[in-house]
Design a protein around this ligand. Structure first.
Ligand code: IMP
Ligand code: MG
Length: 178
């Protein structure tokens, strides 16, 4: 299917917001160490930018889950591809996500993480598409709420491509003429 890509949130705006959220997180976690959980692959760009601007001590771990197939519709099945390397017990866990769509991925992960007895669990997301929520999720830090559009860039992919775009773009499909 033919499609065009346009800018939804420019690079400068994303950078500014990431700095603001990092400052807020640093304030909220004063005196604590954050155990930042990056959800691969989409969150990796955001997690790095965020972590660089947090001023309290940070440790990092990675989990890889997959819920989307090759297209733009979620399969609804959350599959763990790689578990965390470190235990969560007693740690102040901050989950970093690229986007919350239906909420299925995070509902599943939060439930799993709680069984590992962390001191606290909070959630930070670059993007939130509240219109599509199926599972209720309490988000502690949101950079941008966006409408129900398929977005790419800053870690987000379409068929594994465009993760490296420095801005948030939107994919617009071109109607085919018959
Ligand atoms: P959820 O479980 O439906 O909340 O889906 C979360 C995951 O779906 C995200 O971590 C993304 O990997 C993917 N996703 C949802 N919406 C988009 C989008 O607009 N562009 C790219 N990936 C998306
Ligand atoms: Mg993701």
């Amino acid at each position: 299917m033919e499609y065009n890509i346009s800018v939804l949130i420019p690079e400068e705006e994303v950078d500014k917001k990431v700095r603001e959220i990092a400052a807020k997180i640093s304030e909220d976690y004063a005196g604590k160490t954050i155990h930042l959980i990056c959800i691969l692959k989409g969150s990796v760009f955001f997690a790095c930018e965020l972590a660089k601007r947090i001023t309290v001590p940070v440790t990092i771990d990675f989990m890889s889950v997959s819920s989307y197939g090759a297209g733009t519709k979620s399969s609804g099945v959350v599959r763990m591809v790689k578990d965390l390397d470190e235990p969560l017990e007693g740690k102040h866990v901050l989950i970093v996500e690229d986007i919350i769509d239906t909420g299925r991925t995070l509902a599943h992960l939060i439930e799993l993480f709680q069984t590992r007895k962390p001191a606290s669990v909070k959630l930070c997301t670059l993007l939130d598409k509240p219109e599509r929520r199926i599972k209720p999720i309490e988000v502690d830090y949101t950079c941008f709420q966006i409408p129900d559009k398929f977005v790419i860039g800053y870690g987000l992919d379409y068929d594994q491509k465009y993760r490296n775009l420095p801005y948030i773009g939107v994919v617009e499909f071109v109607e085919e003429e018959n």
